[in-house]
Design a protein around this ligand. Structure first.
Ligand SMILES: Cc1cc2nc3c(=O)[nH]c(=O)nc-3n(C[C@H](O)[C@H](O)[C@H](O)COP(=O)(O)OP(=O)(O)OC[C@H]3O[C@@H](n4cnc5c(N)ncnc54)[C@H](O)[C@@H]3O)c2cc1C
Length: 353
């Protein structure tokens, strides 16, 4: 499918300096621009952005596979242009695939239909919503969920401003967002299942899962994130927050796939049945009474892996931030895996205060 394209030409006093400041800043966030035919081109998670300076005008083009991702790119660009323009307030007018000005193209309001406990600390919430087919994806398994703030049944949702930035309601009407995995989606019956970990010190996400009653409203935007790349052999490792994603990944693998899976949970009662190719060996790691995010179980498991000789492999890791940092280092520095051969993502951060 052809990408959607949107462009803007922005008049600023020092377009060259502004472009350089933005490029340097984005490089710190692992977004690097490469020179191609006199243009600066960067690949972002949602699409491609091209920068050029012509006659002291900043010319920006964004390309994305759908309208939701195009809006995300426009918002990243517009907010950075405004931030790095300093004293100036540049006027940004986009051409091509304008937003409707009311709701984000990637956003859907959904309603809680039912919930049930899968384990003592994992609750499945089933949501219903209209027009949810955009969340059906084999690669982008995740959504950003929008939960009502305390004391408000229905918040106001963010909306796209004409300059491309995403605007948020006043704090008391603003939803709180957290990332979750779509465990199951059936666009025909309008249903989405999300499995929530019920953890101690509940924040807005687990609190919603604990307390929300059928009929409660929340929002979802996406789909987002990256799953696996095709390979012959896989190593998957994660804690209970990654269990929904690992379960989906395992279901999507070809019958010929082989590899190793490490899942850290509290104890046997937190294990869930998984459907996986027979060549995938699954090891549950029990941390017992140790708090989540406090053990070395995943690292110890991954260190025992017998990696194949061939390079047709993919390693996927998601867990607490510190654990992921160690595992990423192991995969890159000790195993020498390339960026194409692995993905390690922090799903949550241990905060004690
Ligand atoms: C791409 C992606 C997909 C994800 N998918 C899922 C999913 O499908 N299901 C799921 O349950 N989570 C998932 N997560 C993790 C989830 O977003 C975080 O756990 C999130 O912090 C939960 O928000 P909260 O409002 O409950 O707690 P927060 O307000 O974020 O945190 C409150 C307190 O709880 C602690 N905390 C947060 N999460 C945990 C935890 N899991 N165990 C113990 N303590 C915790 C924090 O350190 C903090 O002290 C995903 C994360 C990402 C990035």
């Amino acid at each position: 499918m052809d990408p959607l394209i949107s462009e803007t030409r922005i008049a600023v006093a020092d377009a060259t300096g502004l472009a350089a400041r933005m490029v340097n800043h984005l490089a710190e966030h692992d977004i690097t621009f490469e020179q191609q035919d006199g243009l600066m081109v960067a690949k972002l998670p949602f699409g491609t952005s091209t920068l050029a300076v012509e006659a002291e005008m900043l010319k920006i083009r964004v390309e994305a596979p759908d309208k939701g991702k195009l809006e995300m790119l426009r918002s990243v660009v517009a907010s950075h242009v405004i931030e790095f323009a300093g004293e100036e307030t540049p006027t940004i007018v986009w051409e091509g695939h304008e937003s409707n000005g009311h709701t984000l193209a990637s956003f859907r309001e959904v309603q809680l239909k039912a919930s049930r406990d899968l384990t003592p600390h994992m609750r499945r919430l089933t949501f219903v919503g209209d027009d949810i087919a955009r969340f059906v994806s084999d690669d982008d398994l995740h959504v950003r969920m929008y939960f009502p703030p305390e004391g408000l049944d229905k918040p106001e949702w963010p909306w796209p401003a004409p300059d491309g930035r995403i605007m948020w309601p006043e704090p008391d009407r603003r939803p709180v967002t957290r990332y979750y995995t779509i465990r199951r989606i059936d666009a025909a019956s309008r249903e989405i299942d999300v499995d929530f970990v019920l953890h101690d010190h509940a924040g807005p996400g687990s609190d919603f899962a604990l307390k929300a009653k059928a009929g409660a409203i929340c929002g979802m935007a996406g789909p987002l994130g990256r799953g696996i790349r095709p390979a012959r052999w896989f190593m998957l490792a994660g804690d209970e927050t990654a269990l929904p994603a690992i379960a989906r990944i395992l279901e999507s693998l070809p019958a010929t796939a082989s590899g190793e899976v490490f899942l850290e949970v509290a104890d046997q009662r937190e294990e869930l049945p998984l459907t996986a190719p027979s060549g995938m060996s699954i090891r549950w790691l029990h941390r017992g009474d140790a708090p989540p995010g406090s053990t070395q179980l995943l690292a110890e498991g991954v260190h025992t892996v017998r990696w194949p000789e061939h390079p047709d492999i993919f390693a996927w890791v998601a867990a607490e931030a510190q654990a992921v940092r160690g595992l990423r280092k192991h995969l890159r520095d000790m195993r020498g895996l390339t960026r194409e051969q692995h993905l390690a993502v922090a799903y949550w951060s241990l905060r004690t205060s």
